[in-house]
Design a protein around this ligand. Structure first.
Ligand code: FAD
Ligand code: NAI
Length: 472
């Protein structure tokens, strides 16, 4: 194609990173093409990640609560039955509604959407193998790689999504397993363990580290949520490594586990095993070799602080490059990269990206953990407030959890906020705003919070950070 036909921006990948960049670029008046091979937009997050998992988490919680947590509230229910097919249908309805909504938004913003697999032919041309057959090519003044990530496989255990499953199988099982082993006690492991344990499976989570929750979770918080999840029936084997596994039949898998510190090996068996040991960047079939782009030792596309690869008009954002693999991080980068292209400046504060684990109660945090600060030799002050002392949590009969704040002892500036609580994922937005604005714990403590709300625990933790809480 000639230069005059070149698009301002060609995006490979229509996940959160790709579709948000497409909308933003459309809003900026750019001529944009977005190439996605899945057949639907929204990527991992909307199709097989954030959205379907939250649907199952929400409805399995409701089911579990109706079964086990109503009588003492004065609600007597009759025969409660699980209709798994309908639970899955409700999930699919949410997914379809949202992915179609994204398609509408692309159209509304004048984005050309091509269903197919893109690969680099040269530095300006992307060849597309169309999903419907045939081939085309698109030329771009700028090209954005937003191809996301895929499941890290476990050697020896081939994922069939029935017996040996990844998160994709875990959001689509057709029956509740009797026994389920989860390899990896990170966020995927714990969210999916919660879903299937609530629906009736006996779930064992095997985690190599001494602490669950994956990278970034504060150790005190991780210990506390482990106790809460254990009370809910999940079995934990921490400090334990899965060394090998074998599928025996369509409803039997065995895994060998070993104490991480040495000790007795053990064999565990289950009818389903979930592999949740992390995700890795996805660049398969992208033809990076055709343009001489190299990956780092973890398979990530190498970029500079303005998301440029070593070929300056080819940029990259989202799971396929550096940073936490989170949808909202991908979204921030997508907006910033378009701003860099269009205006020459953009902004993402990597010290201020919240993380949420949607178990019950939820766990959420932003900024640094206590162990991070210790390791870096940064002095800090801690303030905590338990939900058991919060009036709203007490009236809701949901008192597990706490708010923990870490602040600089000299300046009182907030360094990190860590929450376990029923609404932690919403509450962390307040903490993120505080951190982004460089607030002190006193700033939060002097901000009026409505009564009775869970957010008062947030305010009181701030009071406890530089002085004393009132109700504890
Ligand atoms: P992706 O969403 O992976 O999108 C990349 C897209 O590119 C894919 O659709 C792929 O088909 C397409 N593609 C790849 N190569 C090509 C090619 N050559 N041509 C055309 N198309 C191509 N994050 C959160 O923040 N909150 C959550 O609650 C959360 N829950 C999750 C639950 C699960 C089970 C999983 C697996 C992940 C979850 N995540 C969550 C992580 C989140 O899904 C990712 O961080 C996010 O999807 C990253 O967006 P992305 O656009 O970079 O990549
Ligand atoms: P993870 O990196 O969070 O956790 C993987 C865990 O597996 C680690 O704790 C690790 O120590 C353990 N592990 C690795 N090998 C092991 C072995 N052989 N035996 C026992 N344990 C082993 O990865 P996870 O949970 O797969 O999630 C992938 C990504 O998806 C994460 O980066 C996360 O950010 C994202 N995600 C985010 C969600 C959210 O924001 N709510 C929900 C789900 C996923």
């Amino acid at each position: 194609a000639s230069e005059s036909e070149a698009r301002d921006l060609v995006i490979i990948g229509g996940g959160v990173a790709g579709y948000v960049a497409a909308i933003k670029a459309g809003q900026e008046g750019m001529k944009v093409t977005c190439i996605e091979k899945r057949g639907t937009l929204g990527g991992t997050c909307l199709n097989v990640g954030c959205i379907p998992s939250k649907s199952l988490l929400n409805n399995s919680h409701l089911y579990h609560q109706i079964l086990h947590d109503t009588k003492h509230r004065g609600i007597e229910v009759g025969d409660v039955k699980l209709n798994l097919a309908q639970l899955m249908k409700a999930k699919d309805t949410s997914v379809t509604g949202l992915t179609k909504g994204v398609e509408f938004l692309l159209k509304k913003n004048g984005v050309e959407y091509i269903k197919g697999t893109g690969s680099f032919q040269d530095e300006h041309t992307v060849k597309v193998e169309l999903n419907d057959g045939g081939e085309t090519s698109v030329t771009g003044k700028n090209i954005l790689i937003a191809t996301g990530s895929e499941v890290t496989p476990f050697p020896g255990l081939t994922i069939d999504e029935q017996t040996v499953i990844s998160s994709t199988g875990a959001i689509a099982l057709e029956k509740v397993p009797e026994k389920m082993i989860v390899i990896g006690g990170g966020i995927i492991g714990l969210e999916m363990a919660s879903v299937w344990s609530r629906l009736g499976a006996q779930v064992t989570v095997v985690e190599y580290l001494d602490q669950i929750g994956g990278p970034g979770m504060d150790t005190e918080i991780a210990k506390s949520i482990q106790k809460i999840l254990k009370k809910q029936g999940i079995i934990f084997k921490t400090g334990t490594k899965v060394v090998s596994g074998e599928k025996i039949s369509s409803n039997e898998v065995k895994v060998e586990v070993d104490s991480a510190k040495g000790g007795k090996p053990e064999t565990l068996d289950a009818d389903v095993v979930l592999v949740a040991i992390g995700r890795r960047p996805y660049t398969g079939g992208l033809g990076l070799e055709n343009i001489g782009l190299e990956l780092d030792d973890r398979g990530r596309v190498i970029i500079d602080s303005e998301y440029r690869t070593k070929i300056p008009h080819i940029r990259c954002v989202g799971d396929v490059t550096f940073g936490p693999m989170l949808a909202h991080k991908a979204e921030e980068e997508a907006v910033a990269v378009v701003e860099y292209i269009k205006k020459g400046y953009g902004h993402v504060n990597y010290g201020c990206i919240p993380a949420v684990m949607y178990t019950f109660p939820e766990v959420a945090w932003v900024g640094q953990s206590e162990q991070d600060l210790k390791k870096a030799g940064i002095p800090y002050r801690v303030g905590t407030f338990p939900f058991s002392a919060n009036s709203r949590a007490k009236t809701n009969l949901d008192t597990d959890g706490m708010v923990k704040m870490l602040a600089d002892p000299e300046t009182d500036r907030i360094l990190g906020i860590h929450i376990i609580g029923p609404n932690a994922g919403e509450m962390i937005a307040e903490g993120t705003l505080a951190l982004e604005y460089g607030a002190s714990s006193e700033d939060i403590a002097r901000t009026c919070h409505a009564h009775p709300t869970l957010a008062e625990a947030f305010k009181e933790a701030a009071m406890a950070t530089h002085g004393k809480a009132i109700h504890y």
